[in-house]
Each structure stands twice: as structure tokens, then as C-alpha cells.
Design a protein around this ligand. Structure first.
Ligand code: ZN
Length: 279
């Protein structure tokens, strides 16, 4: 039995209590953990009904902890430093919980790629726009099942870069910052689902190459890019540890690696916060 499956079995008897939590880091690209005591929730909440926590128009992940709930709120990388708020909806009225977002400096990374991958042709730009809308639809999904894990092994062994958040300069031109973790590994290395869920989309994207999206429940989704092979199909329910594909360098990549993205409430957050053995 592999380690991921064993980890899943170990948490199964304790589903009514909180899962092991990711590392809290209330900065742009990080997460804020907010405890919602049952006594503070509206009478409309039952132990089986998660409170509806709104983070900038997107429903936030909540997990059960006995009779209480815990919200795990993704903070977009573009969020300004300062006060931020979520709204807990329902019952006798909405309630706002404020929290502070602190500063975090991210490095600048300069990369060289073929010019057509930086200044897109009209045709490629149209393709990119279509794909962006498709990714938005995936990240907007809400499935009301609690994720089976929030702290897990990286999907592939290899050197994990700390490039999440890097400001990206391609061929000398500033582009969008990096919103995932890159893990360097030889082409063909198996990629495993770090947590269970449902495969919600696969496809060949202009920048991301061959990509798999997994819905882990309650607005928590993951993305695996630049794959050389995709071994799962949309609609497929998979357990933690299922092989989903293989490392490659399809799309815009300077070498074989896995780009791993984690999204909470439609915000790409730093996957390092969710990796069990952080090095
Ligand atoms: Zn990447």
C-alpha cells in the first residue's frame, strides 16, 4: 500500500473532526484560517450544513471540526496588503469577519522562451482567451463534499522550486506572476493525485500544455500542467495516490517539470503550504 493511500485510511475514522490543516500564512498568495464556532453561527446551520462563507464573490472552503466549522480562505496573489474580509451568510443576517493581509516579497525570475510564446499571434491570443474562460469555469465549481485531505505529499518527487509568486520576465518583457509550484523531474515521471477528488477537465492548453484539473470539494481544486501523458478522464473519481499522468514539457516550459496549482475560492495559492514534508 502506498503512503498516500495509507494516509487517507488513517484520517477516515476522524472525518467529523478537523483534518490536519495547511500552514496558515495570511499574505498575498497565502491562506487565512478562520474558526467559526457553532455558537456564533445562525440557527439555520445544522451540524451537517456547512456555513456559506463568501470571499470576494467566491464561496470559501469550510471543513467540519466537531460541531464547529473552520474556513480556509485563499488570498489572491494580487491582493493588496491591509484589511480583508469574508462574509458569513445566512440565518439572521450576514456577518463579516475581517483579517489582516501582511506583506510578502516575491522574487523576479527571468526566462527565455520562443518569441511566439510571449507576444502571441492573433490566433494564439484568441485561443488563450478561450482557455482562460474555460479555466475560470473550472475554478468556479462548487461541489459540496469535504476534501479528504488538506496536507499531503507533493504529486511528484523532485526538486520543488519556491517560485510561487515570482514576477515573471519572459525574453525581457514583464508578464503575469507565477501562481503555482514547479517541480523539476525527468519527462515520463509519474504524477500522482495528492488527494482524492473528481477529474473535472483535461486538455491541451496554449501555455499550460497537457493539463489535468481535479475538484477536491468545496471550491478546492488542483491543476497539473505540461504533462507528456494524461492517464485520467473527465468525470473520473480518483483516490489519493492515483496516477494521473506523466511529467513533460508541453505548452510554455523551458524544461521538463510539473507545474502544480492549487486554487481555493478561485484564488491560486502557494502549494507549499499544503505539502506535508516541507523542505
Ligand atoms: Zn510553473
Amino acid at each position: 500500500m502506498n503512503r498516500r493511500l495509507l494516509a487517507l485510511l488513517c484520517v477516515m475514522p476522524a472525518l467529523a473532526s478537523a483534518l490536519a490543516l495547511p500552514s496558515e500564512e495570511p499574505v498575498p498568495g497565502g491562506i487565512k484560517i478562520i474558526r467559526l464556532p457553532a455558537s456564533a453561527n445562525s440557527a439555520a446551520q445544522t451540524p451537517a450544513t456547512p456555513p456559506d462563507v463568501d470571499a470576494d464573490g467566491h464561496r470559501a472552503l469550510v471543513i467540519q471540526d466537531g460541531s464547529d466549522w473552520i474556513a480556509i480562505v485563499g488570498i489572491p496573489l494580487s491582493a493588496p496588503v491591509g484589511t480583508r474580509a469574508v462574509t458569513i451568510k445566512g440565518g439572521s443576517g450576514d456577518r463579516t469577519v475581517e483579517f489582516s493581509v501582511g506583506p510578502k516579497e516575491y522574487p523576479t525570475q527571468s526566462l527565455s522562451v520562443p518569441p511566439a510564446q510571449v507576444n502571441l499571434s492573433k490566433q494564439d491570443l484568441a485561443r488563450f482567451e478561450r482557455e482562460k474562460a474555460r479555466i475560470d469555469r473550472v475554478l468556479n465549481r462548487w461541489t459540496d463534499s469535504q476534501p479528504d485531505d488538506l496536507l499531503f505529499d507533493a504529486p511528484v518527487p523532485g526538486v520543488r522550486s519556491s517560485s510561487y509568486g515570482s514576477r515573471r520576465v519572459f525574453n525581457g518583457e514583464a508578464r503575469n506572476p507565477h501562481t503555482g509550484m514547479d517541480i523539476a523531474a525527468p519527462s515520463g515521471t509519474a504524477v500522482f493525485a495528492p488527494a482524492g477528488g473528481v477529474v473535472v477537465d483535461t486538455g491541451d492548453y496554449f501555455f499550460n500544455g497537457n493539463t489535468v484539473f481535479i475538484d477536491h470539494g468545496r471550491g478546492f481544486l488542483s491543476m497539473y500542467c505540461h504533462l507528456s501523458a494524461v492517464d485520467v478522464k473527465p468525470g473520473q473519481r480518483i483516490a489519493a495516490g492515483t496516477r494521473i499522468g506523466a511529467v513533460g514539457m508541453t505548452g510554455r516550459a523551458t524544461g521538463p517539470h510539473l507545474h502544480w496549482g492549487l486554487s481555493l475560492n478561485h484564488a491560486w495559492v502557494d502549494p507549499a503550504l499544503f505539502v506535508r514534508s516541507r523542505k
